[in-house]
Design a protein around this ligand. Structure first.
Ligand code: ADP
Ligand code: MG
Length: 250
């Protein structure tokens, strides 16, 4: 069992991490160290393995080689390590994955009540606090289908926060939204960043990257090709693959 007792500030560590889908080598020797409170933006072409990497960090996908250590717990196949890691890591996807037959408030309270065994009244109070933070407390009794995409994504963020994670993973949270709704979701993410949340965000929103990221990581074909602080990353990309990618999105 590996641990990070020597450096408590490190909250995520990937060491020589590899994953295959069958024969396909999707993630190749990834090394990444994330400090508490750090904001990292991950970008790269479609199919480069960004989602797979993010999903490995809370074990929605299983890696086969190397280590993933989250808050000192090494992710292994035992349920205990998986549950420990998941209790610290919130996740927000491109498609909001809200339960359509539950109200906004019920969506937010489901896991706290059933997984964390928090009393209903307390779970509801916490949910309302986070719905206020994402600026939609008045939608609490509506169903997801009655909300706009931007509102649904903000509910999804509030729902994650209700589990009190110390790390938030975002996988293209704005890419399924109509353009006029992107800003309202990014604003919530910026606030979360400013409050000190540790965040890994897969996004091509380069304005967001420049505004909040401590580091931008560029992935291509399953590898981390380059990483840098945002200004350097955008103004002075090193690898040809990064230059090509930036020329296509900027
Ligand atoms: P990105 O998020 O950067 O677009 P993904 O992590 O989704 O990339 O996918 C990386 C590669 O792995 C792609 O080639 C994709 O087709 C493949 N892939 C993703 N999920 C699976 C899966 N469940 N089974 C097999 N191949 C997959
Ligand atoms: Mg993806």
């Amino acid at each position: 069992m590996t641990s990070n007792q020597t450096n408590p500030e490190v909250v995520i560590q990937l060491k020589g991490m590899n994953k295959w889908y069958g024969e396909f080598h999707v993630l190749k020797d990834l090394d990444l160290t994330v400090a508490k409170g750090e904001k990292i933006v991950i970008c790269g072409p479609s199919g480069s393995g960004k989602s797979t990497m993010i999903r490995c960090i809370n074990r929605l996908e299983e890696h086969q080689k190397g280590d993933i250590i989250v808050n000192g717990t090494e992710l292994q196949s035992d349920l205990k390590s998986i549950e420990t890691v998941r209790s610290d890591v919130g996740m927000c996807f491109q498609h909001f994955n809200l339960f359509p037959h539950l109200t906004v408030l019920q969506n937010c309270c489901l896991a706290p009540i059933w997984v964390k065994k928090i009393p209903k009244a307390e779970a509801e109070a916490t949910a309302m606090k986070y719905l206020e933070r994402v600026k939609i407390p008045e939608q609490a009794d509506k169903y997801p289908g009655q909300l706009s995409g931007g509102q649904q994504q903000r509910v999804a963020i509030a729902r994650s926060l209700c589990m009190n994670p110390s790390i938030m993973l975002f996988d293209e949270p704005t890419s399924a939204l109509d353009p006029e709704m992107v800003r309202e979701v990014l604003d919530v993410m910026v606030e979360l960043a400013n409050e000190g949340m540790t965040m890994l965000c897969v996004t091509h929103e380069m304005g967001f990257a420049k505004q909040v990221a401590d580091r931008v990581i560029f992935m291509d074909r399953g590898e981390i090709i380059e990483e840098n602080e945002p200004v350097e990353f955008f103004e002075n990309p090193q690898s040809d693959r990064t230059k090509l990618f930036l020329s296509q999105i900027l």
